[in-house]
Design a protein around this ligand. Structure first.
Ligand code: FAD
Length: 441
């Protein structure tokens, strides 16, 4: 079962690739006037036009799928390793779609360049043909938005706002796809395929970006208690208003606080409790939003979308595990620790919780207490100031059968990256290492 789930979870990347290339099949075999391959290599200009068309069709299919992925539906987690992985795919395929769509007009311009450089340049500029102008505008908006995404360092909320323009770029691009004279005009298979993709992408965009406040299902809670713990960590407890959220330990939700100081932004946080009532999160002050969490008052309304995520020790068939937490990366493990019961007696877990110094011992006592009650759980609190950075070597010294174990890591990006490299260098396999990133790409 776990193996079947793993195969399914890796299929998302393949599904997007295949669906993006599907127009190529319609283009090759759905043409009522015969396969374009017959003439494709007859001259350089036919070849350039055909390649331009194929880049345009595959680029548009991929762009549609990228917009669909941004809908952040729970079902995506069945086909990816969690929603984070779906976001990584969204980011990656967005970049590839941009490249394909950039080359689309460049290849088509070749035939005009044969007449003159001026004609080639004129082809690429807006003119009297609105079907073509829609494509030019869509591509320009897409370029600007993606350059901001990939190459600038702006505040997350500003980035989110600019990212919404991808939907606008898509609307222009899909108008272009249907209105311009192309294979879609006579190839029914291709037209139907793009109709389905186009409608799905536009519905996804409306659902997630324009009308999320009305359409996305959320659960309502209120703040029951808020406590400041060492190392600027706020532990917040929520009380359900109606139905409580059902989740597996290690999962997270997108949380929106309704208070004067917090501007109703949606931020992802792991649940640190193991049930939805009482529901708890622990948040470290790390930026301009989390710095204001202390202003929350008991009774403030909270809306939670979720749960999301697949970071849970029971998802792995190997019952011998090492858990590595860095700083606030302890939260999903806290939820797992709090959920341990007699059904988990076959697990053998060594937890390493790395913190900066003694002033950061937020959850150490509770962790030691849980470990004291569970003979299969060993907990090591690693204080970097006194012991140096936690390394895979240091872990191996204590957990000698490390290579036989699955390794779960959550912490600062740089720590996870370094530790993963060290584990791989020691001989661990990629598939043994499971990472929960506190960043969505
Ligand atoms: C799956 C997941 C689980 C998380 N669990 C916890 C947790 O249990 N405890 C905890 O303290 N932190 C957790 N985080 C991190 C937390 O979401 C960010 O620290 C917080 O959103 C930062 O907001 P800020 O505006 O204060 O900081 P900023 O300095 O503005 O942002 C810091 C970083 O967080 C990212 N970020 C900012 N706002 C958002 C947002 N709305 N959505 C997604 N990313 C954003 C940015 O990419 C930036 O790199 C989790 C993140 C993820 C993805």
């Amino acid at each position: 079962m776990i193996k079947a789930n793993r195969i399914l979870q890796n299929s998302g990347w393949w599904i997007i690739s295949i669906l993006s290339l599907a127009p190529l099949l319609f283009w090759l075999f759905g043409n009522p006037y015969g396969s374009p391959l017959k003439f494709m290599f007859s001259s350089l200009s036919v070849f350039a036009k055909d390649i331009g068309d194929v880049f345009g069709l595959c680029g548009m299919a991929m762009f549609s799928l990228v917009i669909i992925l941004s809908a952040r539906l729970k079902i995506f987690e069945r086909f990816f390793k969690g929603i984070n992985d779906a976001y990584t795919a969204h980011h990656f395929f967005g970049g590839v779609a941009l490249i394909l769509l950039l080359f689309h007009p460049l290849f088509l311009a070749y035939n005009y360049l044969l007449i003159s450089f001026r004609q080639g340049a004129l082809f690429l500029l807006p003119g009297a043909n609105w079907a073509q102008n829609f494509g030019t505008i869509g591509l320009l908006v897409m370029i600007i938005t993606l350059v901001i995404t990939f190459y600038t360092k702006i505040k997350y909320q500003v980035w989110r706002f600019t990212h919404k323009f991808l939907g606008l770029a898509y609307v222009f691009a899909i108008f272009h796809t249907f209105l311009i004279k192309s294979d879609l005009s006579f190839n029914n298979g291709l037209r139907t395929y793009f109709l389905v993709l186009g409608i799905t992408a536009i519905v996804a965009f409306f659902y997630r970006t324009l009308f999320a406040d009305y359409l996305v299902k959320v659960l309502r809670y209120t703040v029951k208690d808020i406590k400041l713990l060492p190392d600027k960590i706020w532990e917040i407890e929520f009380k359900p208003v109606g139905k409580e959220i059902k989740f597996t330990s290690g999962q997270f939700g997108f949380i929106k606080f309704y208070s004067k100081e917090l501007s109703r932004e949606l931020h992802p946080f792991s649940f640190s409790s193991n049930t939805g009532s009482p529901l708890k999160i622990a948040v470290k002050e790390l930026g301009d939003y989390t710095d204001k969490l202390g202003s929350l008052k008991v009774g403030d309304l909270v809306k939670i979308e979720g749960p999301f995520g697949v970071f849970n020790f029971r998802n792995h068939s190997n019952k011998k595990q090492v858990w590595v937490a860095g700083g606030i990366g302890i939260t999903p493990f806290l939820s797992m620790l709090r959920s341990l019961d007699e059904k988990d007696s076959e697990y053998k877990i060594d937890l390493y919780y790395s913190i900066k110094d003694e002033n950061c011992l937020a959850f150490a006592d509770e962790i030691q207490e849980i470990a004291g009650l569970n003979e299969n759980l060993n907990a090591t609190i690693w204080i970097s100031k006194a012991m140096g950075f936690l390394t895979a070597d240091a872990i191996k010294e204590k957990t000698q059968d490390l290579m036989e174990r699955d390794i779960l890591i959550c912490g600062p990006a740089i720590m996870m990256d370094t530790m993963k490299k060290q584990f791989l260098a020691q001989g661990a396999l990629e598939k043994q290492i499971h990472i929960e990133e506190f960043q969505l790409y």
